[in-house]
Design a binder for this molecule. Sequence first.
Ligand code: CA2
Length: 145
Amino acid sequence: MPKTVHLLNGPNLNLLGQREPEVYGANTLADIEARCAGLAAQLGLALLCRQSNHEGVLIDWVQAARAAADGLVINPGGLTHTSVALLDALNAFDGPVIEVHLSQIHRRESFRHHSYVSLRADGVIAGLGPEGYEAALRRMATLMG
Ligand code: CA2
């Protein structure tokens, strides 16, 4: 049985490639998910990709992952910096969690420097653009190997 990774993206990441390319790059979320699907296949991982603009939906998906996923890769978007509830949900997930940010959040506004999700994450990637998701999947494969 292949190990299963859920790739979750939070609010506004559906707008990738449509606005602020100087910050978030020119790739759409569909482009990124397609690259991740190809890499996951090479790594022998099963991958499920989801995006929501709604905190409660993301929390439901993290809870569902308890029974359905071996690992989580998550870009929580702006919820990174605000959501104790998302952290609580991640704390109830037993497998590895890797937090990804397209931008280098520590070089941006000070409110982006703190991440609730980092209190749970086994790894944090920021500033590598779409390659950050691929790095996260490679790390997942190592952790699950
Ligand atoms: O760098 C990242 O990946 C972020 O998680 C992106 C979030 C931001 O709030 C975090 O601080 C860092 C925002 C995602 C918004 O994405 C957009 C993409 C295109 C156009 C507008 C927003």
